[in-house]
Design a binder for this molecule. Structure first.
Ligand code: UDP
Length: 324
């Protein structure tokens, strides 16, 4: 297939592009390189540098590629930043998405796999979380993703667009080539591994008084290769609608740190810090729908393997891609 990947220089986009290329697909990455890395774009893919906020660039790219489908990652993805500057999230994530949809409709492209998030659910009343839970985001990031889901659902209703919403839980891990390099880094596993690399003295644990067995938040950590595989399955199958992507098993912040200690052999001191605003105590996926309808089965559900892969990548790239 000919696939247009927006945001293919970011963490999840780079690995999905790598796997698509491995499978022999013809991939074009459309990316503004603002928060991603040129080095993270698989050299087998064509790169078009452009910004979704300007309609002409994506229109021209869509016309020249005429893809069979679009995989849409390009977006801002920092919850904290979205609370500080909501308009950035609506402008880029929603406005950019509208320009992408317009370009698809002009070119007659129907299928879009959209990188969505469990943040669209907000604080769930029950876990594991299935796709039928109400979507009540608690921050502009989650809201912006939900808004584009809504836009795409209406485009399906009114003009035959075929959207698939992949709602990720906590993406982590790496391939040999591509891994996680954000500036600033806010995610737990890379922040813990920075301590093991000697780059920071201790990792902050944001709250140890949550209503969980050890008092720290529980999350569902899903390997980036498993996430990427789900996109490819969604492209190959005749499906639409929403799918949660997680392993169905939750680990606490303390359990993640303990696993990082075991993998790295480093003592990893912790600093108990105040809660981070907006962190729900427990987010765990009910991913039976993805298993049943996509035939998706996470291969790296073991946290130790996930951390080992992340550690391998961070040791090989102690300063990330080294370009920012
Ligand atoms: N967390 C932490 N210290 C960090 C980064 C994250 O204690 O340096 C906690 C965070 O409060 C949350 C969990 O680890 O409970 C996962 O956070 P992350 O930012 O990785 O993902 P999120 O669940 O927010 O998408």
């Amino acid at each position: 297939m000919k696939i247009l990947v927006t945001g293919g220089s970011g963490y999840i986009g780079s690995v999905t592009t790598e796997l698509l290329c491995n499978d022999g697909h013809e991939v074009t990455v459309f990316d503004n390189l603002e928060r991603g890395h040129r080095e993270a774009v698989d050299p087998r893919a064509r790169l078009i540098v452009g910004d979704l906020r300007s309609p002409d660039g994506i229109r021209d790219a869509m016309q020249s590629v005429k893809p069979d489908a679009v995989v849409h990652f390009a977006a801002y993805a920092l919850v904290g930043e979205s609370m500080q500057e909501p308009h950035l999230y609506f402008e880029n994530n929603v406005g950019g998405g509208l320009n992408l949809l317009d370009a698809m409709q002009r070119t007659g492209v129907k299928k879009i796999i959209f990188s969505s998030t469990c943040a669209t659910y907000g604080e769930p009343d029950v876990v594991p979380m299935t796709e039928v839970l109400p979507q009540r985001p608690t921050n502009p990031y989650g809201e912006s993703k939900l808004m584009l889901e809504t836009v795409l659902r209406w485009a399906q209703e009114r003009s035959g667009i075929q959207p698939v919403f992949l709602r990720y839980f906590n993406a982590c891990g790496a391939t040999e080539k591509y891994g996680e390099d954000h500036e600033p880094e806010t995610h737990l596993i890379p922040n813990v591994l920075k301590v093991a690399l000697g780059q920071t003295p201790a990792v902050s644990v944001f709250g140890d008084d949550y209503p969980t067995p050890d008092g720290t938040c529980i999350r569902d950590y899903i390997h980036i290769v498993d996430l990427a595989r789900a996109h490819i399955l969604a492209l190959e199958k005749d499906v639409t609608g929403a799918f949660n992507l997680g392993t169905g098993t939750g680990f606490s912040v303390q359990e993640v740190i303990a696993t990082c200690r075991a993998v790295t052999g480093h003592e990893i001191p912790v600093k108990i810090s105040p809660r981070r605003p907006g962190d729900p105590p427990r987010l765990v996926a009910g991913a039976d729908k993805a298993r049943a309808e996509l035939g998706w089965q996470p291969q790296f559900a073991d946290l130790r393997t996930i951390v080992q892969h992340a550690w391998n990548w961070h040791q090989a790239h102690p300063h990330g891609y080294g370009t920012k």
